[in-house]
Design a protein. Structure first.
Length: 714
């Protein structure tokens, strides 16, 4: 009996040792697991989208993707409700068919994976969608035992926090689909150039098959046929699991997939980076590159493509004129929206710095700035009938050589009224007009209209009206928009709406229903007269001919050209109430163009094609005539009222702001001394070779005189 007690005591002691040993062993295991496996396990709080960098997507006005801005991952989060059911079902069918039935792990899947690996010598994944989410979002891709333990532990934690739909949503938004495309939203744009919600069954099955091996199954890789095989496999599993019918399977397989030509492409690159800079200035670099903004811009992608093609085609034709580049901007003046921005003929032309955005670069505008000068003249009481003598003239320069402007055609045109001086872009009358207006007043008006580069009046002289001050194309379109808007200035607006990753609206532009919401910077009477001069084909025919590219049928379209004296910049800017179109051609390095380039052989053909495209099949848009604009019959040459009687001058009709109509009649003949050699007025102090005759003299506002009836040589 005693022996049995001793044996029992011995057994109990052995069991106690075993128990302590097991406890110690388990403790050592826990210690090992903690220090070598679980110590650095990440928090599942990071798994939700709010903590992940997201791409900022920039769209055109019709929500066509222009570009995705991101640091390393092109990633945009979308809700499960925005993802097609076909894509959800395809993903489950090919990745984890019992996703909604099992827990964090699938024992049968693990068993199949072990059997396939050890017996069949084929690598087969046994991870659930939850495990893949954890692996892709929280852990490294290293295939180690410790990582696998962490993956399993974290998968249980994730399944205890989130429901299955949320887990599937996170997976579809965070898994890699190849390259920089992370998540189904980015993948849909990269591969099919469409929003994820517009994917069909065939496209959904294709995307669902990519995550297993994105590079191998990429349609842009070396073996695109493998991508098709993977898609077919996915569709087969969908049919087997009851998601689709056999007919749907066959139709999806036979559907011809249309892939994007270039992954990670960029559309309207100059405009996109212009918008990005504006966003960075407002929200900061980090938020723009990682904040998941959705930006709806004012750009019309279809119009942008047309403008890009037109600029590229026409610039190619100008090679013999030593022209290597061109640019264009199209706006809606009533709203300020930028509809197209072509910063160069080819953004990717490295040789000619094609990435430089001419639309925001400072260039000299040539004569395209003249309408602003003449608008100032109208403000000061001059009229479209005010005549200025176009003859040789020099202006003293206290600091150097006198300034002696010349006309583009090298000729002098005598008495020229404002309408024809501006229409034909004669230089001498424009310089004399600026002399009357004052440089400071022109700069003040230009600045009010949107020109931001005329900062210091002391830097400029009378050549300012011929383009002697640098401007940007955007500023010029804004300024010409004032003419189109009956005197109202509307700031350019490239961004219509910005929302953050959660859908919160950060800013939104509500376009005005009329220009009255802008700032009134010019009287509508002034803009009406300028616009009417610039649409008057007869007023410009002397310089440009009757059928120049500035004319689009008989439509009332106001337009002005500009070419710098050194032939480095060539412009055409024109407008209706609905659109302003600005075009520039030249060379980025300021190399002069061939002298044959003029207002109608350089930028004008590009302008003509773009504007013609815009006005096609639309009713004419005449400038709205203000109530206090009146018309009067005036002498066709002097702009004064005609005399009564048989000597009445040839007349024409002109528009005036009420109260500025001419009050004096054309003068009668008077006795003057004429130089016999020139048949013109004798010079001051001349004493020989003269004769006295009766002629009609005209004096312009600067005090210069001209003989109207003398036989001037042509």
């Amino acid at each position: 009996m005693k022996k049995n007690k001793t044996a029992d005591k011995h057994k109990n002691l052995i069991w106690a040792y075993k128990k302590y040993f097991l406890i110690l062993l388990f403790g050592l295991f826990l210690t090992f697991a903690y220090f070598f496996v679980l110590k650095d396990i990440p928090s599942t709080a990071r798994i939700d989208k709010i903590n992940y960098p997201q791409s900022t997507n920039i769209y055109d006005r019709n929500k066509k993707l222009l570009y995705s801005i991101y640091v390393s991952k092109n990633q945009t989060f979308v809700s499960l409700s925005s993802i097609p059911n076909d894509l959800e079902n395809a993903t489950i069918a090919i990745e984890d068919k019992d996703f909604y039935k099992h827990g964090a792990i699938d024992p049968r899947g693990i068993t199949r994976a072990i059997y396939s690996t050890l017996i069949k010598r084929e690598v087969q994944g046994g991870s659930t969608i939850t495990q893949q989410l954890v692996k892709n979002s929280l852990l490294t891709q290293n295939r180690t035992i410790s990582r696998k333990i962490k993956e399993i532990v974290l998968s249980f934690v994730v399944e205890s926090i989130y429901d299955k739909n949320k887990i599937l949503e996170m997976y579809l938004n965070q898994v890699s689909y190849g390259g920089t495309a992370w998540g189904v939203a980015a993948a849909s744009q990269v591969y099919f150039d469409k929003p994820v919600e517009k994917l069909n069954l065939s496209e959904s099955a294709f995307l669902a098959g990519l995550p297993e091996a994105p590079s191998l199954y990429s349609p842009f890789g070396s073996h695109p046929e493998l991508a098709k095989q993977r898609q077919i496999e996915t569709l087969k599993k969908m049919k087997q699991q009851g998601y689709i019918s056999e007919k749907q399977e066959k139709n999806a397989i036979s559907y011809q997939l249309k892939f994007s030509k270039l992954p990670d492409k960029i559309r309207a690159p100059h405009f996109v980076f212009y918008v990005k800079d504006l966003l960075v200035q407002k929200y900061g670099q980090k938020m723009v590159e990682q904040g998941g903004f959705n930006v709806i811009t004012s750009l019309d992608l279809d119009l942008q493509k047309f403008a890009e093609s037109t600029v590229a085609t026409e610039v190619a034709k100008l090679k013999d004129y030593d022209v290597s580049n061109g640019a264009s901007v199209v706006t809606n003046p009533a709203t300020g929206e930028i509809l197209a921005m072509v910063g160069s003929h080819n953004y990717f032309d490295i040789q000619h710095d094609g990435n430089v955005n001419i639309a925001i670069s400072q260039r000299q505008p040539g004569s395209s700035i003249k309408p602003i000068n003449y608008a100032v003249g109208l403000l000061k009481g001059y009229t479209a009938a005010t005549a200025i003598i176009d003859q040789p003239v020099c202006f003293p320069n206290p600091t150097g050589k006198s300034y002696c402007p010349v006309n583009y055609d090298g000729k002098y045109h005598g008495v020229v009224q404002m309408r024809f001086a501006l229409g034909n872009s004669f230089n001498i009358p424009a310089v004399k007009m600026l002399k009357l207006n004052g440089v400071e007043d022109m700069i003040a008006t230009a600045s009010a209209m949107g020109i931001k580069t005329f900062n210091d009046p002391s830097r400029y002289g009378l050549s300012l009206t011929l383009g002697g001050g640098e401007v940007t194309m955007l500023d010029m379109t804004e300024a010409f928009g004032v003419f189109a808007n009956q005197g109202y200035k509307i700031d350019l607006q490239p961004i219509l709406k910005v929302t953050d990753s959660s859908g919160k609206v950060l800013e939104e532009y509500h376009s005005p229903k009329s220009p009255i919401f802008g700032k009134k910077v010019l009287p509508s009477e002034v803009t009406y007269i300028i616009s009417h001069i610039l649409l008057d084909n007869n007023a410009r025919s002397m310089a440009f001919g009757e059928f120049s590219p500035l004319r689009i049928g008989n439509l009332p379209i106001s337009v002005k050209t500009g070419t710098t004296n050194d032939f480095r910049d060539n412009w055409t800017i024109g407008y209706t109430a609905s659109n302003v179109v600005a075009v520039w051609v030249g060379n980025n390095d300021n190399k002069p163009m061939n002298g044959l380039v003029s207002g109608i052989t350089g930028a004008a053909p590009i302008w003509h094609k773009i504007m013609q495209h815009l006005v096609a099949n639309k009713p004419p848009e005449w400038p709205k005539k203000p109530d206090n604009i009146v018309d009067r019959q005036i002498c066709a040459v002097s702009g004064l009222l005609p005399q009564e009687g048989s000597d009445k001058c040839p007349v024409r009709t002109e528009y005036f702001i009420k109260g500025t109509e001419p009050k004096t009649t054309e003068p009668a003949k008077q006795k003057v001394f004429i130089d016999k050699a020139t048949n013109d007025l004798a010079k001051p102090g001349q004493t020989d070779n003269m004769e006295e005759k009766e002629e009609i003299l005209f004096s312009d506002p600067t005090g210069d005189r001209y003989c109207l009836t003398c036989p001037h040589p042509q």
